[in-house]
Write a protein that binds this ligand. Sequence first.
Ligand code: ATP
Ligand code: MG
Length: 488
Amino acid sequence: MYIQNGEWVIILGVRNYFRKSIFKSLRFRLIILMFLAGMLPMIVLKAVILNSYEKRAVDVRTADIQNQCTILCNQLGDLYGQEGDTSDIVRTQLVQLSNIYNGRVMIIDHEFRIIEDTYGMDVGKTIVSGNVIRCFSGEGTSRYDAGNRYIEVTSPIVGKASEMTEGVMLVSVSTDTIIDSLLVLEKRARTIEVVTGLILLIFAVVTGAGAVRPFRRITSSIEAVTEGYEDNYLHENAYAETVFLSEAFNKMLGRLKVLDESRQEFVSNVSHELKTPLTSMKVLADSLLIQKEAPVELYQEFMEDLSEEIERENKIINDLLSLVKMDKTASGLNIKTENINALMERILKRLRPIAAQRNIEVVFESFRPVSAEVDEVKLSLAVSNLVENAIKYNNENGWVHVSLNADHKSLFVEVADSGIGISPGETEHIFERFYRVDKSHSREIGGTGLGLSIARSAIVMHRGAIKVYSQPGEGTTFTVRIPLTYVS
Ligand SMILES: Nc1ncnc2c1ncn2[C@@H]1O[C@H](COP(=O)(O)OP(=O)(O)OP(=O)(O)O)[C@@H](O)[C@H]1O
Ligand SMILES: [Mg+2]
């Protein structure tokens, strides 16, 4: 048969459907499992029962024949050695036995010649079999030939006078009646099997559908949430597993909501911060425009203000750009082995003039030479932000104490100041974007609340950590730990 391309597509599609949907479905697997769990024990039980029945029936029949043989052999033994022709009596007895069991009875003498045969076929012939030989030594035997369906029993005929085994009685009885009953039993068992199989299948299909229903409900709830029904939390408590799943999902949903809220807050904060300097610029420009003949000094003054606002806008944009860059994982790091002592000196040299304006003393203490694998620009940004804050939120004539230390694994930078401090409730928020303690006071000082956020991002990118200890009115200490070798 020639199969065209389109047909192949359909065949592969159907195959994939079965692979993906049917065989992988939990419902299908449950149905198969329940069906097998019900059927397998039944099939095994049936085989065991039928086998034991056959064995038991054969054993009972064999024992029965053996009994009859022993009785007859005893009688025959009595006749041995008696005067006169006893063959008629013997024959009548044998025929009776053969009629009872619907079998064949033979008498064999010690020359292994058949001297009596109820079938009358083999008289005079010789028979030498293991069982007959064993029986001549005085031990009766029995054997079941399942293939040819007969039981064979031998029994020694011991002469009463001679007390010797004079002959052997060999009885073969067909087991057809046993096999017939077995077949009837097997047929009944098969009917029960088919009926039970059908009931099991229906049961498995129904319970299988019920068992996976909670998972379907979970799927539709998740879909509903995806479509935007935001408050649709999952509450599926059919199984312990679905309870865990619902809890995990609800936790994730909660986290997503928090993230979404913080994203919205961030966007509104950014727009607000960007708009503030623009509004000031607009007010300054407008007030100049209204005054037709404004003096040059006023122009001069307003232009300075305008320039300051532009500077502010520029700083906000730069800070935002730094933050965005930091968010883009650590792959953006430019790691080199740096002399940290020199790096600190450079930062402080740049910031000392600003501190000097308010007569703040900046002290640097280095406990040992430290070199580490860091991104120089980003680490400088982090430390600069900390020292800038220490100067900004300080009192006139205060001090800033910066120290550098290291152990075999990490370097430690500490920036302590004698400034205004931060109250305990605020310390956990100061690393958030745009967060500023006491807005009115901070406004006088100026800033956007992005500095610490940038600093922390830079430190985290280096797999480091930052902590703050502060007491309002007494000062603040920031400690930074950074691993000496960078682990990507
Ligand atoms: N050394 C300090 N002493 C007292 N308060 C501080 C100190 N450092 C930070 N803060 C508080 O934490 C807030 C957040 O600091 P952050 O550096 O993030 O923003 P900022 O300094 O206000 O603005 P900028 O983005 O210009 O740095 C500050 O507004 C200030 O209230
Ligand atoms: Mg700052």
